[in-house]
Design a protein around this ligand. Structure first.
Ligand code: GCU
Length: 702
């Protein structure tokens, strides 16, 4: 029998056994206690390969649950794992398959010259972390799927200490392996997570492998269909965080909500909060020191390591005019942790938003998490400072961080600069509102965001979502989300950006009659009518404290109205409708059916920077600026208006945008171009906000 035949025998044996392998047993329901637990069971991947004996799907289950989030990690001893990571693009998602890939890429096996292993990180393919892969490699620009990342590093685990692997964020689904062991699984592209690795690190060479799948799913938050680029990858900082065996894991330190009748007048404030230890044995004392405010308190935790407290304090309050931060020091056993925290009241009263008891007007803009310094996701302090500089140039005191939690650098930079923040969860457009897994995902992501930003004075509003269609399931979803968020933090009002198509019919009828009047003098003479009033009456108005409203009068509406009118047999042209709309919109008024503050969370128009033209020339800077002028006049007629965040600070990548002539996959509604060049509208808005800063003008009315 020839050698080659001899060699084939074991292979046949192997193939035979593989073919005869039963289909993998149905997912064990071990550990399923609540419906939402079902959500965590990974779908069997690769089933399209299941008939291929070499690529049998493996269900990898993390060795442990995620650890609760550590607070303020940058104030701890850390080892940054940022920089070049080796990478493997796994387009078909076979990286977990065996037997060909043995235990899968996560095992990060090395192999000798006589061993066949069909994956390796040695190919010098690297990706920068933090960073999205789409803007790093031309070939990955449109890539959505799985990429495996590997980082090798030397490390000496500190004696007697604990070590956590911390991710600021990575989009979307991640499996995290440390030295070949799957330790953590996380879903959600915009919130931090960490896992304890004390027992899995070794002295010398270590390796972390992360499987990142940028595809979310129809039952996820967000889904795949969004008007922004689904940037994939490890988009935020990664670090090892060292702590003593027992340490301060998280804390909340804010002013008690003023509705608490016990609240003393101006000057004397009530600080309310809690501190949570980790690794302590039984009750433990914790000291809080705010030296500058003459505060030194010692609390004793309960057996679970938690202490709740409330006490009086004389404090200078945080505000845009004076973004005062206090150095706060926690001490417990061998642990010491500092933070810079501002204290302020934020509340609503009727149609007013009150900061430290005073009425305010939010002079803002909305922005996506894209860098002004290069293409791709913003990820570091320099990106944040560049954005803050532009907000200052705009005379803004407010920013809507859309449509998902932005990185911590941005929130802390806003806090230092006195910029108030609207934070949002990507419950965007149509998600599976009646799916318990979708709700569980949204709740978990919000818990992670609040665990990270609950002490940020700049964060004044928690937004539950954006432009979601009215409906029973949607309303129930938001009610559940509101309950969840309020239970975690009762010191900030809730909001949501409501869909602004209400009143469209009235506007259509009004413009239609005006046009008919133009056509036919008699009609013009006979018909007199009031400019329309748009009433916001979305049932979510009962759930949130501040109403956000997105409206695009002067942009989308005219095109839609023209088509509608033509269907009705009216011989009108879009420029006729658009011209009339622009002229007339200053007479429109937007009111709400709720005695609550209104923030126009989006309005705007597109323009290609450098394109100039007449007042009706779409995509010209002149047209965009004209829409803003008319919008700002119109919004004077909105008695409940307490803030603005026009759409959007900078042109951003958006696969929805197919006009390859002017948009070229950019949403062009920026006040700045994709490279940060100012369009005419930037000055239009900054001059307007400058005027609003003039105390002569009513703070609450533009
Ligand atoms: C919507 C939406 C944004 C989108 C914008 C636009 O209102 O909230 O995400 O980019 O409109 O159409 O430009």
């Amino acid at each position: 029998m020839s050698i080659s035949r001899l060699l084939l025998l074991p292979l046949f044996a192997l193939l035979l056994s593989a073919c005869s392998q039963e289909a993998p047993p149905p997912q064990s329901l071990a550990g399923v206690s609540a419906a939402s637990d079902l959500c965590e069971i990974p779908e069997l991947a690769l089933d399209e390969h299941s008939d291929n004996p070499l690529f049998q799907p493996q269900v990898q289950t993390p060795l442990k649950a995620l650890d609760p989030l550590l607070a303020n990690v940058r104030a701890r001893q850390t080892l940054s794992l940022n920089g070049d990571w080796n990478s493997i693009v796994d387009q078909l998602g076979v990286g977990d398959a065996s037997p060909l890939l043995r235990g899968g890429v996560g095992e990060n096996e090395s192999y000798g010259p006589h061993e066949l292993l069909e994956y390796s990180f040695k190919g010098q393919h690297t990706l920068q972390v933090p960073g999205d892969w789409n803007s790093q490699q031309e070939s990955l620009f449109w890539y959505r799927g799985i990429v495996w990342y590997q980082k090798e590093f030397n490390y000496q685990p500190p004696a007697g200490k604990r070590v956590f692997l911390y991710f600021g964020g990575a989009n979307f689904a991640k499996d995290v392996y440390v030295n070949g062991k799957l330790l953590a699984r996380h879903k959600g592209g915009f919130t931090p997570f960490n896992t304890e690795v004390t027992d899995y690190l070794k002295a010398g060479k270590n390796a972390v492998v992360v499987k990142v799948d940028s595809m979310s799913g129809a039952d996820e938050v967000p889904t795949e269909y969004n008007d922004w680029m689904n940037y994939g990858g490890i988009t935020r900082d990664v670090m090892l965080v060292e702590t003593p065996a027992a340490f301060v894991r998280n804390y909340k330190l804010q002013l008690a909500a003023r509705s608490d009748s016990s609240q003393k007048p101006e000057g004397e404030q009530r600080i309310k909060g809690w501190v949570q230890l980790d690794g302590h044995k039984g009750e433990q004392s914790v000291t809080l020191n705010i030296a500058e405010a003459g505060i030194r308190k010692t609390f004793t935790t309960d057996a679970s390591g938690r202490a709740e407290f409330e006490f009086g304090a004389e404090l200078a309050l945080w505000s845009p005019e004076s973004p005062k931060l206090y150095r706060v020091d926690w001490r417990s056993g061998d642990d010491q942790l500092s933070d810079d925290i501002g204290f302020r009241h934020i509340e609503t009263r009727g149609e007013d938003i009150l900061l430290n008891g005073k009425k305010i007007f939010l002079r803002g803009v909305a922005m996506h998490e894209e860098s002004l310094l290069r293409h791709g996701r913003a990820a570091n302090a320099a990106d944040a400072d560049a954005a803050i500089a532009k907000l200052k140039d705009l005379n803004a005191n407010f920013v809507r961080l859309a449509h998902y939690p932005h990185n911590e650098h941005m929130v802390r930079a806003a806090e230092r600069a006195g910029i108030m923040v609207w934070a949002e969860m990507p419950v965007y457009h149509n998600i599976q509102f009646s799916n318990p897994c979708t709700l569980a995902s949204a709740k978990r992501q919000y818990s992670e965001l609040i665990a990270r930003d609950q002490n940020r004075a700049a964060v004044i509003l928690w937004s539950l979502g954006n432009e979601t269609p009215d409906g029973e399931a949607r309303n129930r979803f938001f009610i559940a989300m509101a309950e969840h968020v309020r239970a975690l933090d009762d010191t900030r009002p809730l909001t949501a950006a409501l869909l602004g198509f209400g009143g469209m019919e009235d506007i259509g009828r009004y413009i239609g009659l005006l046009l008919a009047g133009e056509e036919n003098a008699l009609v013009g003479m006979l018909t007199s009518f009031e400019p329309p009033t748009i009433t916001i009456n979305d049932p979510l108005g009962d759930v949130v404290d501040v109403l956000g409203y997105n409206e695009y009068f002067g942009w989308y509406l005219s095109g839609i109205l023209t088509q509608e009118m033509r269907k009705q047999g009216l011989d009108v042209s879009e420029d006729q409708v658009r011209e009339l709309m622009l002229q007339e919109m200053e007479n429109f008024s937007i009111v709400t059916a709720f005695n609550k503050p209104l923030v126009i969370s989006e309005f705007g128009a597109g323009a290609k920077q450098g394109k100039h033209g007449g007042p009706l020339e779409i995509w010209s800077e002149e047209y965009q600026a004209r829409v803003y002028r008319q919008q700002l006049k119109m919004l004077r007629n909105s008695p409940a208006l307490r803030g603005l965040s026009p759409w959007v600070l900078k042109d951003f990548r958006a696969p929805y945008r197919l006009n390859t002539d002017t948009q070229n996959y950019w949403n062009r509604k920026g006040l700045l171009s994709e490279t940060g060049a100012e369009k005419l509208v930037f000055k239009e808005l900054s001059d307007y906000y400058k005027r609003l800063q003039n105390p002569g003008l009513l703070a609450t009315q533009p």
